[in-house]
Design a protein around this ligand. Structure first.
Ligand code: ADP
Ligand code: ZN
Length: 724
């Protein structure tokens, strides 16, 4: 133990501030990592004691410093997490205090409250039933939480909820602040692994035993049983008394995963995601800090929890784009997971059937150990993939299912099997067009069309959430009844199915219909009981579901992701289609996949049909290398945004004018960003392209500091952008 400090440097949890020095009053012994209350002006704020030499602060003599008010004992921010916060702040050019906020994401968890007041529906209807009240009651079925949480969830104002409390339709209840957390049993039900699985599991178990940083790529085809493999490593970490973090891409995915976890370990893990009630959030945070939470499954933010003794990190479906955080501090959770494992000195497993090029290259370079599972579990065969050339077999006018696909669907459903139609577009139609004047109905806040959602009878912006009832008259020319939907969304495909496939019992699977684990559970029950025999969904259906009776997958528009010049267009298309195809034929019966396409000769479509994964990756990787694109070169996006276009353009140009002229670093732009307006802010963008060895962060820091930015303008940096 180092002797107690007399002055401390504290990273404060306060926007726009970094580290400040404080005096340690007598009787208080502080160490780096302690969470403390400190004065700031007239207020008291939270902060974490930091190593003085690792963060800069103003030099102030000790007698002028204000004293630390006190320390919280519920948690500490240990050295590995402090290193992670520094690393993320440094690498992604984020303020350390903003990164710290992700680690102390539940400040209420620090107090010692025993009980908390929550609210929940009573099941009785109020005498006066307004549409808002009805909406709230429908959305809140079995929901519980603080008033603001219920209001947010039901998309009504706090006043509506409080009105319902008065009317007796919602009641207040006291709940314990800390609920005991069950401990997963590593030996609850141990599966018998197949030979290939066992070999991979052994490597991971050994890595957990060694207890040193070791990154693994667990690369197994869809249905190969990757989860069972890494579960054995989880079990080993549990036997050793350690904690495990499993990152999953989306909350809707966790439901099937949770069931399997329970079957293997006898109880549920601790879940961590943005949709938790504040009480649950508080409990989960505390339990992570005190070590009671043995396994945490969560979305990317679970990376910043204050684990006490982390022995294993797993990133499931590691190829998923949703691991990339775009708002606030922008970071890639897959990459940060590897860094956290490094600081914690533990193994990390990236599990996926379709690794990102970046991940494959790391394995090729020998940085990650690649474990492969080339075969499906239990002798199941990989599905056969075929194309349907839409130029030769087009669907009838105004329809989207081609005659050959329709015939296959009929045969499948008539056999009593289940089928899946994939179209990565929510809603009814992506575009509403005026037949009189050609106007496309767009969002008032964004450069984006409004998407018609027929189930909820509204037009919606998928970028800012703007909604409006479908107009009767064209907003531009005023003509009535001239607006027509263009193109299909999943709801429109469902409408077509209702007309052409009377034997179909359809479930639409999108974030509009599966927004909670309970919804996902209901979907799984419906499919397993056979009540549902046709799923129509966006990329959400590709996630983690295992339906043995599902034997046919139809991809409505295999070309959808290929337009636009995005660097990852082909890779993403490959991943999406391979994943959705992977839902077919997972049980005893073989699966078939049909890709409707206008370009069956495109390299990515051919690779999918021929099953030539290696060929596809080799060609994509070579193209990246040739153009020094990631991971052979580096990119950073700089977005200048603000409400006044003039100021935005001026600032972006000013940045462009003083762009440093460094060897190995080039700056492109400024140009309007792909979403030139988002949430009412104009956006212009510069793109930095650098050699792999270049100090892109240093360059950005020096450069961005030179240009004054008007107060309404924001400059945000996106290091390693996913799309651009
Ligand atoms: P992947 O994640 O690789 O797509 P899954 O982990 O979903 O594959 O495995 C496919 C199915 O096979 C799941 O239902 C899983 O429970 C089952 N399975 C895999 N390995 C085993 C095993 N060793 N014993 C029993 N069932 C297994
Ligand atoms: Zn919008």
């Amino acid at each position: 133990m180092t002797p107690p400090l007399t002055r401390v440097r504290v990273l404060v949890l306060q926007h726009g501030l970094g580290a400040l020095d404080y005096r340690v009053p007598p009787g208080l012994a502080l160490q780096p990592g302690d969470i403390v209350r400190v004065p700031l002006g007239p207020r008291e704020i939270l902060g974490v004691v930091w190593e003085a030499d690792r963060l800069p602060a103003k030099e102030v003599p000790v007698e002028k410093l204000r004293p630390v008010h006190g320390r919280y004992d519920a948690a500490r921010i240990e050295a590995p997490l402090r290193r992670l916060i520094e690393w993320v702040a440094d690498y992604y050019l984020a303020p350390p205090s903003a990164v710290l906020r992700m680690a102390i994401s539940s400040p209420s968890a620090l107090d010692g409250a025993r009980e908390i007041t929550e609210y929940r529906p009573t099941g009785t209807l109020p005498a006066k039933l307004t549409p808002q009240r009805l909406q709230a009651i429908e959305k809140l079925e079995r929901r519980q939480g603080l008033v603001i949480e219920l209001a947010r969830h039901a998309e009504v104002s706090d006043a509506v909820i409080r009105g319902l409390v008065k009317a007796g339709a919602i009641e207040a209840i006291r709940v314990p602040a800390d609920r005991p957390i069950p401990a997963p049993d590593p030996d609850f039900i141990v599966p018998v692994l197949e030979e290939g699985q066992q070999a991979a599991a052994n490597a991971l178990i050994e890595a957990v035993k060694v207890g040193a940083f070791a990154p693994y790529l667990l690369d197994g085809v869809t249905g190969s049983g990757k989860t069972e493999v890494y579960f054995e490593a989880v079990a080993e970490a549990l036997r050793r008394g350690g904690q495990v973090l499993v990152l999953v891409p989306e909350i809707a995915l966790t439901e099937p995963w949770l069931r399997r976890f329970e079957a293997r370990f006898g109880c549920a893990p601790v879940a961590w995601h943005s949709d938790l009630r504040s009480t649950e959030r508080r409990q989960a945070w505390r339990a992570t800090a005190n070590g009671e939470a043995r396994v945490v499954v969560g979305a990317r933010s679970a990376l910043f929890l204050p684990y006490r003794d982390l022995r294993l990190v797993v990133v499931d479906e590691a190829h998923e784009p949703s691991f990339k955080q775009e708002e606030g501090v922008s970071y890639h959770a897959r990459d940060v997971a590897v860094v956290r494992a490094q600081f914690e000195a533990c193994p990390v497993v990236l599990a996926t059937a379709t690794p990102a090029i970046e991940t494959r290259v790391q394995a090729e370079r020998g940085r990650y150990v690649r474990l492969t599972l080339p075969q499906r579990y239990g002798g199941a065969q990989m599905p056969a993939i075929e194309t349907i050339d839409l130029r030769k077999a087009p669907p009838p006018r105004g329809r989207w299912i081609s005659p050959p696909l329709l015939a296959e669907l009929e045969a499948t459903l008539n056999r009593g099997d289940q089928a899946l139609l994939f179209l990565n577009r929510r809603g009814y139609a992506p575009l509403t067009l005026c037949r009189a004047c050609g106007e496309r109905v767009d969002c008032p806040n964004c450069t984006a069309w409004l998407v018609e959602h027929r189930l909820t009878r509204r037009l919606q912006c998928h970028h800012c959430g703007f909604v409006t009832p479908p107009p009767k008259a064209c907003p531009s020319c005023g003509e009535e009844d001239k607006l027509v939907p263009c193109g299909p969304g999943v709801e429109r495909v469902a409408e077509e199915v209702a007309q052409v496939l009377p034997q179909a019992r359809v479930a639409i699977v999108t974030s509009d219909t599966i927004w909670s684990p309970a919804r996902a559970a209901a979907l799984i029950r419906g499919v397993e009981s056979g009540e549902i025999n046709l799923l129509i969904g966006t990329q959400l259906v590709t996630k983690g579901y295992h339906f043995p009776n599902l034997t046919l997958v139809g991809v409505i528009d295999a070309d959808l992701g290929l337009s636009g010049g995005d660097l990852r267009a082909a890779e993403r298309t490959y991943q999406q289609i391979a994943q959705v195809a992977g839902r077919a034929g997972r049980g005893a019966k073989p699966g078939w996949v049909y890709l409707q396409t206008h370009q069956p000769e495109a390299a990515v479509i051919r690779a999918l049909v021929e099953g030539d994964t290696e060929g596809f990756y080799t060609a994509e990787t070579a193209a990246r290398r040739e153009h020094a694109m990631p991971p052979f070169g580096r990119l950073a996006g700089i977005v200048v945004s603000g409400p006044h276009e003039g100021e935005v353009i001026e600032t972006a140009r000013a940045l462009g004018r003083v762009a440093p002229d460094l060897d190995g670093i080039g700056v492109l732009g400024p140009a309007p960003a792909p979403l030139a307006m988002l949430r009412g802010r104009h956006r212009h963008r510069l793109l930095v392209h650098a050699r792999r060895s270049a100090d892109i962060q240093g360059m950005l820091r020096d450069w961005l500091a030179t240009v004054p930015v008007p107060s309404s303008v924001r400059v945000t940096v996106d290091v390693d952008p996913y799309s651009f």
